[in-house]
Design a protein around this ligand. Structure first.
Ligand code: NOJ
Length: 588
């Protein structure tokens, strides 16, 4: 387990609430992850990333952390996590865990102690921030003498204002407001405070000392806010910071010092521990500074997840992503699904108003687009094709649990089971993210399709009946299943030295604006590999000799009378290219 594995790893995201439930309470747990970890190892991935399992009141599914050094009882204990890390290492899997440094839960002792100390009224203060005492130490609190107005116009990512006024000790409005870029139960931390900085370095060490290989950093671009807290005149949405003008809550120059300090902590370990940042910035070039050699090793690249089902759009997303990381010698990461976005088969499913199935919706989308009838068969076909393209790109890639099963977004959950704070804070206008968090189906039968034991309580979100046919049991051993496609792709990715790290060269042969084709040049004595995808429209015949099919997203592929390969619409393939063939194919 040496080397810079993170430059080419495939990392499987486990969402603990929904992976596997060992005790039948309807909620996944760490012991459940241990029971099912062999499934992940047998897929052929290199590492897992676990979404938060810390003690939490769960107002944002654990992204509201009440104690960074304790596990929520619903998930297990620190000892369970240590055992999970040991199991994973025994199976050759590295383990990344989530850290949430932008905000805590309001039940965290730092916030609770400050509350217990009382809140003076602004009438007694001539300042806009506390310079001593409990309120100066951890959270971001600003004073506003007018009393009634918030310090600025910032909005919460879940809907509503980003500031909540604290009550003074006598119960009157204090004129002091705490910031929450997310739910009101998630107060933002003040990263100008030395105590916050040293606490987090200590938390990193706490988990590194327990064997974790690295962290995924939540809202990594949000920790430092623009001095003076000006109004936000950007059109920032879901924490996406853009250039025009930049949002004052995100991507501030001061954030980089924090990651330089964190990198020093990671480098104290042997082997060095690693970071992947959740950095929603636009354009992709704004990612580059985060990836400098003394900052984060990698960052998610969300241009990929937002790319439409349209070949020039996908190519552009790939090019800008590669350029932003290449500029500082960092690997690119690729992601099509996670616990915050619609699952790919649903995103790519054509609907009447969007036949290309671009499908990326913002968290606060209130258009009602989720009610439109969708062609999920085409959606799944496209998701499989997109997965093969992702796994052929240079760098590392993320798979979200259930992506290997081709699960679709559960759009029609009853209102009363929805738990995403975005649903609540928008009064139900935005459906939120519960639909990609429905517990996994492991078997065809049983009341939770094997998610929990036979006598389990109902799962925390109901699984649709289609889950039976998409379960692991139903797909295993069926060569045309999405599960077997994923396993084959990951096996090939390991066997083909051209895949993973390395160069990408576009084929210039013009097959029209619906086809993308690129070559991964030969490395380490192996053969070059071509990946080609037909994204829309009708089947494409590949002229000349393009290589031998290694794998197709839907197959088997057929050839025409001249032996030319026919690639149906919404299909991708990997071809091995013997040294006798040109790479890349020149323009004609
Ligand atoms: C990003 C996480 O991925 C999301 O699930 C969470 O709600 C927000 N950050 C706030 O922590």
């Amino acid at each position: 387990m040496t080397g810079e594995w993170w430059r080419h790893a495939v990392i499987y995201q486990i969402y603990p609430r929904s992976f596997s439930d060992s005790n039948g309470d309807g909620i996944g747990d760490v012991a459940g992850i241990r029971q099912r970890l062999a499934h992940v190892a047998e897929l052929g991935v290199d590492a897992v990333w676990l979404s938060p399992f810390y003690r939490s009141p769960m107002h944002d599914a654990g992204y509201d952390v009440a104690d960074y050094r304790a596990i929520d009882p619903v998930f297990g204990s620190v000892a369970d996590v240590e055992a999970l890390v040991a199991d994973a290492h025994g199976m050759g899997l590295r383990v990344l865990i989530d850290i949430v440094p932008n905000h805590t839960s309001n039940e965290h002792v730092w916030f609770q102690e400050a509350l217990a100390s009382g809140v003076p009224t602004m009438a007694h203060e001539a300042r806009t921030q506390f310079t001593s005492g409990p309120w100066s130490r951890y959270h971001l609190v600003r004073g506003e003498k007018s009393g009634t107005a918030a310090p600025n116009n910032w909005k919460s990512n879940f809907g509503g204002p980003a500031w909540t006024q604290l009550d003074a000790t006598d119960g009157s409005p204090s004129g002091w407001w705490y910031l929450h870029l997310f739910d009101p139960t998630q107060p933002d931390l003040n990263w100008q405070s030395a105590e916050v900085r040293s606490e987090f370095e200590d938390i990193l060490r706490f988990w590194f000392d327990r064997g974790v290989d690295g962290f995924r950093i939540d809202v990594a671009h949000g920790l430092v806010k623009e001095p003076g807290y000006p109004d936000d005149h950007s059109a920032a949405a879901i924490a996406v910071s853009g250039d025009n003008p930049p949002a004052p809550q995100y991507d501030q120059p001061g954030v980089h010092d924090i990651y330089r300090a964190w990198r020093r902590v990671a480098d104290e370990y042997d082997p060095p521990r690693v970071f992947v940042g959740e950095v929603w910035v636009q354009p992709a070039s704004r990612l580059t500074p985060y990836l400098r050699p003394d900052e984060l090793h990698t960052s998610f690249n969300f241009d990929h997840v937002r790319a439409p089902w349209w070949a020039p759009g996908l190519r552009e997303a790939i090019e800008v992503s590669l350029a932003s990381a290449d500029a500082v010698g960092a690997p690119t990461t690729w992601v099509l699904e996670n616990h915050d976005v619609w699952r790919a088969p649903t995103r790519y499913a054509p609907i009447a108003s969007d036949p290309d199935g671009s499908g990326f919706t913002s968290l606060l989308d209130t258009s009602g687009v989720h009610t439109a009838p969708r062609d999920l068969i085409t959606g799944l076909r496209r998701a499989r094709a997109a997965m093969l393209v992702m796994l052929a790109l240079p760098g590392s890639a993320y798979l979200y649990q259930g992506q290997e099963l081709g699960l679709f977004e559960v759009l029609h959950l009853p209102d009363e089971v929805r738990q995403d704070p975005a649903f609540r804070l928008t009064g139900g206008a935005a459906i939120g993210r519960d639909g990609c968090r429905v517990p996994l189906p492991w078997s065809r039968d049983g009341q939770t399709y094997g998610f929990g034991p036979a006598d389990s309580a109902a799962s925390w979100l109901p699984q649709p009946s289609e889950w039976a046919a998409l379960s692991v049991q139903a797909q295993l051993g069926h060569s045309d299943s999405t599960l077997e496609l994923t396993r084959s792709a990951l096996t090939l990715r390991r066997a083909q030295s051209a895949l993973g790290e390395g160069e990408l060269v576009w084929d210039d042969h013009d097959l029209g604006r619906t086809v993308l084709s690129f070559v991964r040049p030969a490395r380490e004595g192996g053969e070059a590999v071509r990946c080609v995808i037909a994204m829309e429209g009708s089947a494409v015949t590949l002229p000349g000799q393009w290589g031998t099919v290694l794998l197709a997203s839907d197959g088997p592929l057929v050839t025409d009378a001249d032996g030319h390969l026919i690639l149906p619409a919404d299909t991708s393939a990997w071809l091995s290219i013997p040294p006798s063939l040109p790479t890349p194919i020149p323009a004609v």
